[in-house]
Design a protein around this ligand. Structure first.
Ligand code: BDR
Ligand code: CA
Length: 323
């Protein structure tokens, strides 16, 4: 099994990324770290504990990471998409029972290093670091423990080749901490970026809801009901903010890449992160035609096999329900 670490800011789609990482037979989930983004660090950390406990993964530890970007003063939060709690249900309701667990007492980045280096030494196989929020923890890990670059590969949901979501040409996770993204993109490890162009094709249609409930939409299990409410809330905010008919599940796509890279089409290219512009800080400038002549540094996903993706996601949700 492939060792994976999830660095997240749950967030509705992050929650489902955690479910996929924890319930794929191909992966061993080493742990979960959180980063401020969709909501404050306190809220996203509580949400990570809640989704793990609700999904039969109370044995997975959570460690709270950075509350602020590397250099910028405050995180950009995203209540318009994820609600005040970061994981709201419809009508502002609480989606999941509150976990009684606490995050680990230690600092996230040294803890991530110790788990990743330990797993690498044990298995002599690189650990997959999946990042589905701002890249602050990942950048600090690379800065403080430069030797880690040989022990991991990074798969991140973030960036866009063209049109953005929280800015005309910027995607939220990279916009939240552009300087951290720059560190990650230039670190020298294998970096795979799953941009909006791809995640916007992984749409949770009503068929997904029906499959989640095994066709029994009127009679779901409590877990299925909670996951339905998660998707309904996400659909409502995506409709209100972006006029999407159904919501895209961004973050699980990054986990799916680790499980099955051949489900994706990717292209290695130069990607630079704009850090200066007031207009487009956080833009991922993708050099498709290699016009800069600079070293190609990022494997950019260009397409995902959505049929296989949904099979995988539904299977994980059923496994979580049974756990
Ligand atoms: C990303 O932003 C967040 O709101 C989602 O969780 C996802 O990681 C999409 O731009
Ligand atoms: Ca996220």
């Amino acid at each position: 099994r492939i060792a994976v670490w999830c660095d997240v800011d749950p967030g509705h789609d992050d929650a489902l990324a955690i479910v996929l990482a924890g319930h794929s037979k191909r992966l061993e989930l080493l742990g979960v770290s959180t980063v401020a983004g969709n909501q404050t660090i306190e809220k996203v950390t509580q949400n990570a504990l809640d989704i793990l406990d609700a999904s039969g993964m109370a044995h997975i530890d959570v460690v709270a990471g950075q509350a602020k970007p590397l250099i910028r003063h405050a995180p950009i939060l995203c209540p318009e998409i994820h609600g005040e709690s970061g994981l709201d249900g419809p009508d502002g309701t609480q989606l999941l029972p509150r976990s009684g667990r606490r995050p680990l007492g230690q600092k996230a980045v040294p803890h991530m290093f110790s788990c990743i280096s330990g797993a690498y030494a044990r298995r002599q196989q690189k650990v997959q670091l999946v990042c589905t929020g701002a890249l602050t923890n990942a950048a600090l890990l690379l800065i403080l423990y430069p030797e880690v670059v040989d022990m991991l590969e990074i798969v991140l949901m973030g960036g866009c080749m063209g049109i953005g979501n929280t800015g005309p040409v910027v995607e939220f996770n990279i916009q939240t901490d552009p300087e951290a993204a720059k560190v990650v993109f230039e670190c020298g490890a294998r970096v795979t970026m799953i941009p909006l162009e791809v995640t916007h094709t992984a749409i949770a249609t009503p068929v997904v809801l029906s499959r989640l409930c095994k066709g029994h939409l009127q009679d779901p299990t409590p877990y299925q009901a909670a996951m339905m409410r998660l998707l309904v809330f996400f659909a409502e905010t995506y409709k209100a903010v972006f006029s999407f008919d159904d919501p895209p599940l961004h973050d699980p796509c990054a986990v799916a890449y680790v499980i099955c890279p051949d489900m994706f089409k990717t292209e290695l290219m130069r990607v630079d992160v704009e850090t200066h512009s007031a207009l487009s800080a956080g833009q991922t400038v993708c050099d498709v035609w290699h016009q800069t002549g600079r070293l190609k540094n990022v494997h950019v996903a260009k397409a995902i096999d959505t049929v296989r993706f949904w099979d995988m996601m539904i299977m994980a949700l059923h496994a979580a329900d049974a756990a």
